[in-house]
Design a protein around this ligand. Structure first.
Ligand code: AMP
Ligand code: ZN
Length: 140
């Protein structure tokens, strides 16, 4: 289940060299070539899934534990004070490579700054309406 035109399929398969942090039968973890901070890593499944909506559940079940272990290793190895786990789906959300991946981004005291959203104001009626419309479409 790979895509011949997908750069992350090629990197995950080892056909294109990368700074690999970890590899097993299902995943390769590499360092990002455009790092947001020192140690910025990407978790790549070896199979091709366009985004989170396509991701196999058994692969998904391994992703967060792996991200947590990577973050803990980053704290010990790099001295970061924390880390962000980021995962973009769709162009509107900032996804640029359409092979599912998870960013694990070390955060250091004193920066660099990351993009953050400005909290809006919630209206209770709007919250109820939005919650109900999502609930109707939720397929579990
Ligand atoms: P996203 O915007 O969530 O799709 O993230 C794509 C990420 O992949 C960006 O942070 C890029 O810097 C990174 N990236 C793109 N091509 C490569 C590559 N060949 N090796 C490592 N990282 C890459
Ligand atoms: Zn791919």
């Amino acid at each position: 289940m790979t895509d011949r035109d997908c750069i992350f399929c090629k990197i995950a398969a080892g056909e294109i060299p990368s700074a690999t942090v970890y590899e097993d039968a299902d995943f390769r973890v590499i360092l990002d070539l455009g790092p947001a901070s020192r140690g910025h890593a990407l978790i790549l499944p070896k199979n091709h899934y366009k985004d989170l909506c396509e991701l196999d559940e058994s692969v998904a079940a391994r992703v967060l534990p792996l991200a947590g272990k990577l973050g803990a290793a980053m704290k010990r190895a790099l001295g970061c004070a924390g880390f962000n786990v980021v995962q973009n789906n769709g162009t509107a959300a900032g996804q640029t490579v359409f092979h599912f991946h998870v960013h694990v981004i070390p955060r250091y005291e004193g920066g660099p700054e990351m993009v953050a959203w400005k909290p809006g104001k919630a209206d209770p009626e709007e919250l109820a309406a939005v919650s109900s419309s999502i609930q109707k479409e939720l397929e579990l």
